[in-house]
Design a protein around this ligand. Structure first.
Ligand code: SF4
Length: 244
């Protein structure tokens, strides 16, 4: 896709979702890192219910690094997979203390070296808490970017690289936020193309609407599968549990 079209799509979505940002509540990079890890397989709203107590008791990495696992598991139980998440949080906190004096580093290379932290989590923290553009690719971004033709891959790292090439770096965080919101509200797994503000730039959506308008009995719409994209960035590390 041409960068000019990609930017036009981003501008329309930014107008549609003014103030788009992560729905996780946090006051610093440490808190956002913890909240993002907890949000794996869990809604942001549920994470926001447990983090106030968690952050009050363990306000920084040094405190969290010394927590007793049963206590932490009890606090984060509502977020699901709480035993694995508790172990990950303690390991992350210990790594922050040992390698970064308890602070969250502001470089992708350092963040993805933390236990259980993948590019998505790193980009969320960079983009929202550390002032470094971050293009987090979650399942919504993956779906919407492919339907819009902004990318053509089911690999998050490849989609991140593709979007990064066609969008200005300064817009990466915003792009991720508006694509996530669009994926949650309109371009859902069953998309609402008839109410989509970027329909004029979406061939996939136009095909869906044409197919829906055909008389009964004609061939049903079949979404195109993403084409393989060559030259994209490859995953830097293999998946870990709760790597996001
Ligand atoms: S037109 Fe439909 S498929 Fe395309 S982005 Fe909008 S909702 Fe998604």
């Amino acid at each position: 896709m041409r960068p000019a079209v990609a930017r036009r799509i981003l501008e329309r979505l930014a107008l549609e979702y003014p103030g788009a940002t992560t729905e996780l509540r946090y006051s610093n990079a440490y808190e956002l890192l913890v909240a993002t890890i907890l949000s794996a397989q869990c809604t942001d709203a549920r994470v926001n219910q447990v983090t106030p107590t968690l952050f009050a008791r363990y306000p920084d990495a040094r405190a969290l690094a010394q927590v007793q696992l049963p206590e932490l598991e009890r606090l984060i139980q509502p977020t699901g997979f709480f035993r694995a998440k508790a172990r990950t949080l303690v390991r992350v906190a210990q790594a922050l203390v040992e390698r970064h004096e308890g602070r969250v580093p502001a470089r992708m290379e350092d963040l993805v070296e933390l236990p259980g932290v993948g590019r998505k989590t790193a980009n969320v923290v960079l983009g929202h808490a550390l002032g470094v553009p971050g293009l987090a690719v979650d399942r919504h971004v993956l779906r919407v970017a492919n339907r819009l033709g902004l990318a053509a891959s089911d690999d998050p790292d490849t989609v991140e690289a593709t979007l990064g090439r066609v969008l200005p770096r300064s817009q990466w965080t915003l792009a991720s936020d508006v694509l996530i919101l669009h994926g949650r509200r309109v371009c859902r797994p069953t998309p609402r193309c008839d109410r989509c503000v970027v329909l004029s730039d979406c061939r996939d959506g136009q095909r869906r609407l044409r197919a829906a308008a055909r008389p009964t009995g004609e061939a049903r719409f079949t979404p195109r599968r993403p084409r393989a994209v060559s030259g994209g960035r490859r995953a830097q590390k293999p998946p870990r549990s709760f790597r996001r």
